[in-house]
Ligand binder design. Structure first.
Ligand SMILES: Cc1ncc(COP(=O)(O)O)c(C=O)c1O
Length: 449
């Protein structure tokens, strides 16, 4: 028998099944947000909470910027929807061009989706479709990585590497997937500032996988340049370069899943720019609309697009049987244009870059504190690894989150880690306060056993 839920009389929580949330615990310990402005949320206890993870990594410009609201409203008055198939709005073309201009050279085509999960599944389809039209129909295998999060589509969970996301759905997994090892090694890289120096050799595992399956069966490798959802796992120096070289050598496409790292989080337009490694496709979502309204997409190398067009048959025939009712929807398109305008006018990527050392210094100042096994950071993102409570996985992290809320900041639980990724509009003092509250919260949570 489960205990009766203590649902506050004022709020009926019975119908809403919360995503990626321990629902039973939530009903006992609800966290209800009421409004958001700038870098702060306001909850139902009247608390002002610094948004230490930019929503879910999706709101780098803070909340309720009137320029985004005005653009959405104007678009609503002008055209609230345009059929996504067989027609398009002009602003969707200009948005695609704008995103392509921000991307590494050669990634000139954009396929719009509504989320990161859809972007991932779209990229996997493009990879397999491309090899097929190139006469390499045997190239169907996709290589993901342990600890990867690529959303919740069937493709995304198959190439993803988080066991909790996979085990319940094992029978639905896409066939023909293999995984690279993750690069996290506490004994070799604890308390690294920025990229760990150990671990580039882990990329060589791709050669082992190629030897096992044969290159002619492999369509693509998909990786997050920095693994965000499993707690900001930063790639070792030289690792991504090696992966790129091995993919190129064997004719395997490389997809960077930049749903978190795209649009400035790493102090550059894309992680690809920051690491100096150009993939063949980039998935994006989240920050493109500042989280205001759903949108995602895939940046694709032109010759991949050209090959699929060339194989399209008669001119009136559809070349690629894929798309969403809301692909390139005019309202998120208008929001995205406004967001990119703000990135430019407010120099936000440089502001994120300038905050990187502030976050790094504040985080690493926690080194030596009881209960903190590791501290890592890259760009305007970072995490601390907690010493878990024996036999109670995730409880320490939950208690840290709750103590942070008491202290006036929001952070994100990532397994036994706590992740932070403040908005680009934050002040240095706000970033320092975020980490100081986090340190106190760990002290509080260490009193539990
Ligand atoms: C790297 C990565 N890919 C895909 C996704 C899925 O995005 P969405 O939740 O928009 O489907 C996420 C979400 O956090 C992500 O971090």
């Amino acid at each position: 028998m489960t205990a009766a839920l203590k649902i506050p009389a004022a709020m009926d929580m019975s119908a809403y099944w919360l995503p990626y949330t321990p629902n039973r615990y939530f009903h006992e310990h609800p966290k209800v947000m009421q409004s958001a402005k700038g870098a702060y949320y306001y909850d139902d206890h009247g608390r002002k909470l610094f948004d230490g993870l930019s929503g879910l990594w999706c709101s780098p410009l803070g909340h309720a910027d009137p320029r985004i609201g005005a653009a959405i409203n104007k678009q609503y008055q002008t055209m609230d929807y345009c059929p996504a198939f067989q027609m398009a709005s002009e602003a969707t073309f200009t948005l695609a061009s704008r995103i392509a201009k921000m991307a590494p050279q050669g990634l000139d085509k954009v396929f719009f989706t509504n989320s990161g999960s859809e972007a991932v599944d779209t990229a996997l389809k493009i990879a397999i479709g491309y090899h097929r039209v190139m006469g390499n129909a045997s190239r169907t295998r996709i290589i993901g990585r342990e600890r990867a999060y690529h959303g919740v589509g069937i493709g995304g969970i198959s190439v993803g590497g988080i066991v909790a996301n996979r085990k319940m759905f094992a029978s639905m997994m896409m066939p023909g997937v293999d995984h690279l090892p993750h690069t996290y090694n506490l004994s070799q890289m604890a308390f690294s500032k920025g990229q760990p120096t150990w671990g580039a050799h882990l990329a060589d595992d791709l050669e082992r996988i190629v030897a096992l399956h044969d290159a002619n069966t492999i369509a693509a490798v998909i990786l997050e340049p920095v693994q965000g959802s499993t707690g900001v796992i930063v790639p070792p120096v030289g690792y991504l370069q090696k992966i790129r070289e091995i993919c190129t050598k064997h004719g395997i496409l490389l997809i960077f899943d930049e749903v978190i790292t795209g649009f400035g989080r790493l102090g550059a337009n894309f992680g690809a720019d920051r690491f100096g490694v150009t993939p063949d496709m980039i998935t994006f979502a989240k920050a493109i609309t500042n989280g205001v309204i759903p949108m995602g997409g895939v940046l694709v190398r032109s010759d991949i697009y050209d090959a699929i067009m060339a194989a399209g048959g008669q001119e009136q025939a559809i070349e690629f049987f894929h798309g969403y009712t809301y692909s390139g929807h005019p309202i998120p398109t208008a929001a995205a244009h406004a967001v990119l305008d703000i990135f430019e006018s407010d120099d936000l990527i440089n502001r994120a870059k300038a905050l990187e050392p502030v976050l790094e210094n504040a985080l690493h100042a926690l080194k030596g504190q009881s209960g903190i096994l590791d501290i890592r950071n890259f760009g305007l993102s970072g995490a601390i690894e907690l010493d878990p409570i024996a036999g109670k996985p995730g409880l320490r992290a939950m208690k840290v989150l709750e103590a942070c809320i008491e202290g006036g900041v929001l952070v994100r639980i990532a397994g036994e880690a706590i992740a932070v990724g403040p908005p680009f509009i934050s002040t240095p003092a706000e970033v320092e306060n975020l980490i100081s509250v986090l340190g106190d919260a760990v002290d509080d949570a260490m009193k539990l056993s």
